[in-house]
Design a protein around this ligand. Structure first.
Ligand SMILES: [Zn+2]
Length: 328
């Protein structure tokens, strides 16, 4: 009885609303007019002299940005080359079998391979993995404390740090261009992509995804689940390097401890060199947005160590030409 009453009321409400159909029509027309005006304003703006003049003024900044974006775009080739090296075949750490989650991927190519890194475990292991992540990561994902694995982890750390550093620089440059250009608010709000296109700024469509390692417990009924996720990001890689290094030292006490590359060391080298490129002499004092990188004077591939005397600060352009020469 109640349901019938409900339906009668419901239908009555619809009929009542329909008798005011013209109100909906007005709203629709109003919205269409608003969109049309916005579109015309945008078209006029992009054709205006103000826009074209502003565009000429930021020409150099855009050129620099695009050049740097090209450089960052080439990073994935660098990391792919090191991944294909045969000597890490048995490392089982992160990248070798999961290259696509580790590489700097174009957005459209992102593959989710994280489920390969899931370890089904007891509740106790899941809990303890969150307390001692490095120990459990090594134990359950078979990361043996070897010189090779340590070198590989260090190399991954370098790639991640280099990418993060360059990406941050690109983002800051883009912000600066946007600030200097200062377009009307509705343009940045609704037509940002078109603006970037008109300004010929090639924002690299890439993301860097660190692989996740997951310990998961699912109860027998499947009702409760608990997870510990370890993401191989910059701090974790650094911790893992230290952990492996300690394990190696413990096992073969005779071997001299390898000097580890850390964020702190990188910062120290930049500060020591007064944020100045050791080849061409440009510094962040002159160019606040200068991208500086820390370079191994004798490359790691040729036995160079991450020691203070083998490290120097280079601007990205000098670093690029140096690595090109090494490849030749
Ligand atoms: Zn330089």
């Amino acid at each position: 009885m109640l349901t019938i009453l409900f339906w009668i009321l419901f239908i009555a409400l619809i009929i009542w609303l329909l008798s005011y159909w013209y109100i909906f029509l007005y709203i629709a027309i109003g919205y269409a007019l608003y969109r049309l005006t916005r579109y015309v304003r945008k078209e006029l703006y992009f054709k205006s002299d103000t826009f074209l003049e502003h565009k000429r003024n930021i020409d150099n900044a855009v050129k620099e940005y695009n050049e740097l974006a090209d450089y960052v775009n080439s990073f994935d080739e660098i990391s792919l080359q090191s991944d294909s090296s045969e000597r890490f075949k048995h490392a089982h750490l992160a990248t070798y079998e999961n290259t696509s989650s580790y590489n700097i991927d174009r957005e459209k190519n992102i593959k989710n391979l994280t489920d390969k890194n899931v370890h089904q475990a007891s509740l106790q292991v899941v809990k303890r993995a969150s307390e001692e992540p490095l120990k459990y990561l090594c134990k359950y994902f078979n990361v043996k404390p070897t010189e090779e694995n340590l070198a590989h982890v260090q190399e991954m750390g370098e790639t991640v740090s280099r990418f993060t550093n360059a990406k941050e620089n690109l983002d800051n440059r883009l912000l600066k261009i946007q600030k200097d250009f200062n377009p009307p608010e509705f343009i940045t709000k609704y037509y940002l992509d078109e603006l970037l296109q008109k300004l010929e700024i090639n924002v690299p469509g890439m993301v860097f995804r660190s692989p996740d390692y997951i310990f998961e417990y699912v109860s027998s009924g499947g009702n409760s689940a608990q997870r510990t996720t370890i993401t191989l990001d910059e701090p974790t890689l650094e911790g893992l390097s230290e952990y492996l290094s300690e394990q190696i030292k413990y096992k073969k006490s005779a071997k001299a401890q390898r000097s580890l590359m850390t964020k702190k060391l990188r910062e120290f080298i930049k500060e020591r060199d007064e944020y100045t490129c050791q080849i061409c002499g440009v510094s962040t004092a002159e160019q606040s947005l200068l991208l500086l990188e820390v370079d191994h004077i004798l490359p790691v591939s040729k036995g160079g160590l991450s020691t203070e005397d083998n490290l120097q600060t280079l601007c990205w352009k000098c670093n690029r030409s140096k690595s090109n020469k090494v490849v030749e």
